[in-house]
Design a protein. Structure first.
Length: 221
């Protein structure tokens, strides 16, 4: 298992560093916007805008986690399919299901580290500026977007591992419909009661890649 993780790390390490730097840059930009408004008009004005207009000041981040998750899957699995390395990987003396799970886990761990760093930065800054309720208002809204990023990674991995192009198109349509659920409402905290279900859907998408692996093993083209 350690060899599998190391193999995946070699493929994704540079993209991981780029994703971590980029997402922290976007988060930093959003926080600087908040800081600028505070310096110009005071913290009371920011609180008033958040309460009266339901503003969260981090709307720029909305699609960033999704893009990062999608690109992580592309970087990790497209070379695997183009170079036909997957067939060799699956012939290693290791259970195929555990092999697939290990490959997905390696990408998920890197994504979670990246996203956790984003939340840590927001938590540290927002705690010193906003009341607990307003801080949670921002973070809970962002949580839905980061779940979309994880789901996007798992769904694109499913598409990339699929051996048949026609089926890939079908998988793409299904993935777009699933990901659309995460962005149905622009209202902050609109998904609060639905978050456990979104988490369940996200975890369920992890099993989709196994379907593609089974089709690959069956020689589908």
């Amino acid at each position: 298992m350690s060899a599998i993780f190391y193999k995946e790390w070699i493929k994704t390490r540079w993209y991981f560093l780029l994703a971590l730097t980029s997402t922290l840059g976007f988060v930093g930009y959003c926080l600087l916007r908040i800081n600028r408004v505070i310096e110009m008009q005071g913290a009371a004005h920011v609180w008033e805008v958040m309460l009266d207009r339901d503003a969260i000041f981090i709307e720029t981040l909305q699609y960033v986690p999704l893009i990062v998750g999608i690109l992580m899957a592309v970087v990790q699995f497209v070379p695997e399919m183009q170079r036909k390395c997957l067939k060799l990987t699956l012939h290693l003396p290791y259970p195929e299901l555990r092999m697939t799970g290990s490959m997905l886990c390696s990408g998920l761990v890197l994504l979670l580290v990246c996203f956790a760093a984003n939340f840590l930065l927001m938590e540290v800054y927002l705690t010193g500026v906003f009341a607990h309720e307003l801080k949670n208002h921002i973070l809970l809204t962002a949580l839905t977007w980061y779940l979309a990023g994880i789901s996007g990674y798992l769904l694109v991995a499913w598409i990339c591992l699929e051996p048949a192009w026609k089926r890939r198109l079908f998988n793409l349509v299904v993935s777009m419909l699933i990901l659309r659920v995460f962005f149905l409402s622009p209202t902050p905290e609109a998904y609060n009661k639905f978050l456990p279900y979104l988490l369940g859907y996200t975890l369920l998408t992890a099993s989709f890649s196994w379907i593609s692996i089974l089709r690959f093993k069956a020689g589908k083209e």
